[in-house]
Ligand binder design. Sequence first.
Ligand code: CA
Length: 218
Amino acid sequence: MSRILVAEDEMRIASFVEKGLGAAGFAVTVAADGPAAFAHAQSGQFDLMILDIGLPGRDGFDILRTLRGEGNPIAVIVLTARDSAADTLHGLEGGADDYMSKPFRFDELLARVRLRLKDGQPGPVGTLRVRGLELDLKTRRISVDGTMHDLSAREFALAEEFMRHPDQVLSREQLLSRVWGLDFDPGSNVVEVYVRYLRAKIGADRIETVRGMGYRLK
Ligand code: CA
């Protein structure tokens, strides 16, 4: 049974999430302040943490940064208020695996929890191949005309999205949703930045910019 830590100081939300995840078959522990959340997350006893940003005693970003700094691999879904776009990016770049804005629907949270827990399982075995590119879904490395490159988690997700849809134009919104889990545009250039990182590894001319529409893997 997967163990989930819910770091949330609003008891109404915490108890609603706890009940829902419990009913879905997860073992749930609630931590209502920052120091308690950090201590539980550090214990290694949890597979996933749902992390509110505004927590008393220590905020979610600080907890996340410290955990990742220590190499803690716990899956983290950040919860924060919809209007704080800067928070979103901060969270994703600070090592969150996913992000949800409040208010949220429980079924969507549950879907994301299941998705993230599946990430940690022995991954899908196989390789995606598109014209000289080979993406290994297990090791998460990419071979470019025979030369291997390591990818960051986000670069891998972006490469996978392109390689599952070769020759299709993928819009910025589609990429934000599928790769970053964002259901709104944070008004940043995060997609452009990661496309640039990926181009640097696989070759600039392989990902074409389609003006006003998005990007296409050629
Ligand atoms: Ca809060």
